[in-house]
Design a binder for this molecule. Structure first.
Ligand SMILES: [Mg+2]
Length: 207
């Protein structure tokens, strides 16, 4: 019997379900916060650019921190988010990290956030298990200033020099180009094996 599709047609299906563009992206970029994207201090800096931020702690008390943004941060987030799901994975506590992420994520590109309670303690520092975010480890990169963070998956680590206040630092600019190049190779099937860890290995060897 010929089905009459009109009978079953639901007009609401004309409108495609709203899918966040970031959900369609195949690649994930996991970003550390402190000394990778920003530097913060409880002591007011005597010079240079900084922002004062009030942190509301879980016990109801408030305290001020002074934030410096690493040079090229805004452009970095905007550009990499066109190709990667961008996730923050920090060993800092939620109340501190959220206040900073809300400040720096001006274009609302950060997909989700993991904090200290998602890290485990290693002998050299906090360890971040990337498989909690992306079980397919061939498509995830961790950008972090701390080597110990990637103890479980060192091949996924793009190590970045710790940043504190140098306004001439251009690591984020340099890494933007590398990350976009990786994503392009992935999209256009230029990788013999679709595995970002190969890109990282070549990059580390060349630099
Ligand atoms: Mg760090």
């Amino acid at each position: 019997m010929k089905a009459n599709i009109d009978i079953y047609f639901d007009s609401s299906l004309r409108i495609a379900p709203k899918v966040d563009a970031s959900m369609r992206k195949q690649l994930t970029l996991v970003l550390d916060l402190d000394e990778t994207l920003i530097h913060s201090s409880k002591v007011k800096p005597v010079e240079g650019k900084f922002e004062a931020l009030e942190i509301l702690k879980s016990d109801g008390t408030k305290h001020l921190v002074y934030i410096r943004r690493r040079p090229h941060l805004e452009q970095f987030l905007e550009k990499v988010s066109k190709e990667f799901k961008v996730v923050i994975f920090t060993a800092s506590r939620m109340e501190y990290a959220d206040a900073i992420i809300d400040l720096i994520d001006t274009k609302d590109v950060i997909t989700y956030r993991l904090y200290r309670d998602s890290c485990s303690r290693g002998s050299n520092g906090w360890v971040k298990d990337l498989s909690k975010i992306e079980p397919n480890l061939n498509r995830v990169i961790l950008l972090d200033n701390c080597r110990a963070a990637s103890t479980l998956q060192p091949e996924n680590h793009l190590l970045i020099k710790s940043w504190f206040y140098d306004e001439t630092d251009d690591h984020l600019l340099h890494y933007t180009n590398f990350l976009l190049d990786c994503a392009k190779k992935w999209r256009t099937n230029m990788l013999k094996i679709r595995d970002l860890r190969r890109c990282l290995k070549e990059f580390v060897t060349a630099n």
